[in-house]
Ligand binder design. Sequence first.
Ligand code: SF4
Length: 488
Amino acid sequence: MARTQLEAARDGTVTDAMTRIAEREKCDPEFVREQVASGQAVIPANRHHDALDPMIIGREFATKVNANIGNSDTTSDLETELEKLHTAVHYGADTVMDLGTGSDLEEIRAAHVEHSPVPLGTVPLYEAVKRAGDPEAITTELLLEVIESQAEQGVDYMTIHAGILAEHLPLTNDRKTGIVSRGGSIMAAWMEAHGEQNPLFQVYDEICEIFATHDVTFSLGDSLRPGCLADACDEAQYAELDTLGALTRRAWDHDVQVMVEGPGHVPMHKVAENVERQQEVCDGAPFYVLGPLVTDIAPGYDHITSSIGAAMAAQAGAAMLCYVTPKEHLGLPEEADVRDGLAAYRIAAHAGDVANERPGARDWDDALSEARYEFDWREQFRLALDSERAREYHDQTLPEDNYKDARFCSMCGVEFCSMRIDQDARASAASADQPRDDGEMGRLESTTDLEASLAADVNRPPVGAHELGRFSPLEGGDASTVESTGDD
Ligand code: SF4
């Protein structure tokens, strides 16, 4: 039996996971297999993650969104961490990264694997630091032990900071904000303290073998990502990217799937350049970007500064967007921040898919626009990315039920509602049996059938609807064997 989705794909096998993904993406299972076989897409699906509903990350598929959760030294309990997972999935996260650095990490991770219908990612370096007590006390043996135990637990993908090398460190000397990746700063400190090469780079082939055994996907960390606009696209960032390209090919030699992480802080006019360069250097391996933030001036609003860059990156070919919340740079996000961050990023991902003219991606926009023009408020709320918020805002000024049939809202008021005025003009022209020869469009019809849309699941409402699949992702067979247990 194939050890990984990549090995199966290379052997010509369409796995159950690929069949399920084709159903979710509205495409041919054979196309899924081809994309995985070529390394252009990944299916993060650890063979021990039974609750997983398989999904795919690749530039030829709908753009995905990741949410980071996790505890810290100051906040930590199992119930809270499971609530965070639920919140992230409820608001539309396609994958979740547990970046916990507090206590009970193993117990919390096991609960996440048990309950999560979406792939779970981790940064094993954090657990290694917790166990060693000090970044400089980490050993290669400890790193491998932690990576293997997390792989055995069922983690689907891991950020591995193997691309930052000792020779890259002097390239950061003139930066304004130095090394801003947590993992990158830890590895740099370790290399400086020991005068040795990055241990994750040194044992990379052993990590590949652990990943192949459990089918864990690499998320190659960009330890030298820029932390401000001034440092974007510098020699350090691109030197590490070259190493990540080489590491991508080495993982493929082991039949291990790879995606590559990207910046960070990048001005708008350089976002596409970053995506194109990564695609070239890493032979088309999926690009998983954090934002990027397109300006540094707005702490408290960095879900917005970064979703602008994320939308541009999606249009340029990034495959997954790691959300940023309003708390970025300021504090640990709470539920409201997770909701706002995910809304910003679902918008960015969808806007990218519409701009790339993915089949059916705009149908959702069209259906909502039709409901809006028809003053079908209930349908507008139902179709809204965040239904609860849309209704809540409408209710703030017009809470009575009869206003859900009104041909205006409180923004312009009844007298100045442009859509009502336009509709009345059309109606009176129609009742006078006058042909519309004034150059204006005819009456809109509600024509968009979302049920029949060719859009991928993530490009249609409601967001956050995941089925729990309980089947072995590598067994061949009928996708109808997927057992649905309802929404997340
Ligand atoms: S009142 Fe203004 S905002 Fe409200 S529905 Fe009419 S045109 Fe749209």
